[in-house]
Write a protein that binds this ligand. Structure first.
Ligand code: NI
Ligand code: MN
Length: 227
């Protein structure tokens, strides 16, 4: 069965790989654009890219209810342990681990990572997932950086990039990132959640068509795609 990727909204994804459910950066209950609630989602694993509220808001509640294993950097795992999250996989930038659904590699991101309560959250990261049916890169919150060329060298079927500007790279840099990463398809996220990160996503997609070799996949929150 093909891996299914459902964009929940903002930076949140639900991924179904065979029988395994994976959440990325669940920010659901307080999100203006996400339709599903934290008590409705299934999770065997929860990947967390950094400590900001719009990425960790519902992690503790979902982990308690589902007993999912949280995959995050060392500092975030320590923070979760203090909140009685029992199962974590500690990682740090550049490292990879093999999990039942595939290999998870923690990639560089240029961003900050303080936790909502002011605790130190380590370094922000992105993720490359090497799954049975393809490779996907979630840039998560980051600036454009030249090493994206190295990340793309693995051969990406899908890249998920922020385009909102202000807190992450914006539309211009996301076009450049697409050229460095050279994915087969690119999905824009982290825009239109609030007015300060509003973007004309269709204009951006047109620029992807003209200036890159990737296919721009513009979707609404709640939409499921495959490789
Ligand atoms: Ni952030
Ligand atoms: Mn964010």
């Amino acid at each position: 069965m093909a891996t299914e990727f459902t964009w929940l909204g903002h930076g949140s994804w639900s991924i179904r790989a065979g029988t395994i459910n994976i959440l990325l950066d669940p920010y659901l209950d307080d999100s203006p654009t996400v339709k599903v609630k934290s008590d409705e989602v299934e999770a065997d694993y929860i990947l967390v890219s950094h400590g900001h509220f719009d990425h960790v808001a519902d992690v503790v509640a979902i982990a308690h209810r589902t007993h999912a294993t949280v995959v995050a950097n060392f500092e975030i795992c320590e923070w979760l342990a203090k909140q009685q999250v029992k199962k974590t996989e500690q990682m740090n930038t550049g490292g990879g681990i093999d999990l039942p659904f595939g290999r998870v590699v923690m990639t560089l991101a240029h961003h900050s990572s303080g936790m909502p309560d002011g605790s130190y959250g380590g370094d922000a990261c992105g993720f490359v997932l090497k799954l049975k049916d393809g490779n996907v890169y979630f840039a998560c919150d980051t600036a454009l950086f030249l090493d994206m060329k190295l990340i793309g060298a693995v051969g990406l079927d899908l890249a998920v990039l922020p385009i909102g500007d202000r807190f992450t790279m914006g539309p211009d840099d996301a076009v450049e990132a697409t050229n460095l990463l050279a994915p087969r398809r690119v999905v824009p996220v982290h825009y239109d959640t609030w007015p300060p990160i509003a973007q004309d996503v269709n204009a951006w997609a047109q620029r992807i068509r003209v200036h890159t070799r990737a296919e721009a996949v513009v979707i609404e929150p709640g939409t499921t795609i495959t490789f």
